[in-house]
Write a protein that binds this ligand. Structure first.
Ligand code: ATP
Ligand code: MG
Length: 261
């Protein structure tokens, strides 16, 4: 990563891209994952590349759901593993969740590489990689419906960072509570999840770990957080935040400034 100058105005974003590019070379991320990241980046730009207040509320509701769950599972794909491996492992430990490798573009080799990365980051067990435990999500085309019978198949709560809309809807039809992390408040994933955290996974995961550590573990308190949360209302606040910011930028001095590069 040395070649990215730390004083570059977009250093953080460039470091994340570099990390994904390296993970692509290692066979952890697929080319489609790089394109999906680009869509996320565009929304992050509109949000001001920061965690907005509605995302903090959603992260609280998501952690409350995970702490209250009978069995919660964190679904891990290539991009998530490349960007926040240690935080995924930490969140699993803090919330007593399973980690399950679950890929939109499945391949045995990539599953093994992602599982190895999670183990190197401290995971004790990684589901989704042993064929004898394979079962299927109904109503999804064959390659994309594989899940672990010890994990997502029996979970009541599933965290899906960067998931596809079809699969989120299928998990909902199976009666699961779904928590999504998705920078795009308009995606089908965002609209169909029970709790959508509109934030970059690189900020959302550390925030969720902090909340999992700090939120009181009182059941009624956690249930009240879940009851008070309304995902549609939260998504609408996320969109309003973007609209307000764009209005300010459109009317302000921003447009008369010289570009910094
Ligand atoms: P959907 O299938 O839900 O309608 P989509 O087809 O537009 O969404 P996918 O490619 O299926 O998008 O899923 C990738 C999603 O992940 C995108 O909505 C993108 O905004 C989001 N995303 C990409 N990178 C990040 C990131 N680092 N943090 C959070 N979200 C991200
Ligand atoms: Mg999609």
């Amino acid at each position: 990563m040395e070649e990215i100058p730390p004083d570059h105005p977009r250093a953080e974003s460039l470091i994340i891209r570099k990390r994904l590019a390296l993970a692509f070379q290692q066979g952890i991320v697929v080319p489609e994952g790089l394109a999906a990241h680009g869509r996320g980046e565009a929304f992050d730009y509109l949000l001001g590349e920061r965690t907005i207040p509605p995302a903090i509320s959603a992260a609280k509701a998501g952690i409350a759901l995970m702490l209250l769950a009978e069995k919660s599972v964190i679904s891990v794909n290539g991009n998530a593993a490349a960007l926040v491996p240690a935080e995924l492992v930490e969140l699993a430990k803090l919330t007593r969740s399973e980690l399950e490798v679950n890929l939109f573009h499945p391949s045995k080799e990539r599953e093994q590489k992602i599982a190895r990365l999670l183990v190197e980051s401290g995971a004790n067990q990684v589901l989704g990689i042993e064929p004898e435990y394979e079962t299927t999500i109904p109503e999804l085309s064959s390659a994309r419906r594989k899940v672990d019978r010890r994990g997502i198949a029996q979970a009541d709560v599933v965290l899906v960072p960067l998931e596809d809309g079809d699969r989120t809807e299928a998990l909902k039809r199976m009666g699961k509570k779904v928590i999504a992390i998705d920078l795009n408040p308009l995606s089908r994933t965002s609209l169909s999840a029970d709790v959508t955290i509109v934030d970059n996974i690189v900020r959302a995961l550390p925030l969720m770990c902090k909340l999992a550590r700090e939120l009181p573990k009182d059941k009624e308190y956690l249930q009240e957080i879940v009851r008070a949360f309304n995902n549609k209302e939260n998504l609408s606040q996320c969109l309003r935040t973007i609209v307000r910011r764009l209005e300010e930028l459109a009317g302000g001095s921003h447009l008369s400034q010289e570009p910094s590069r």
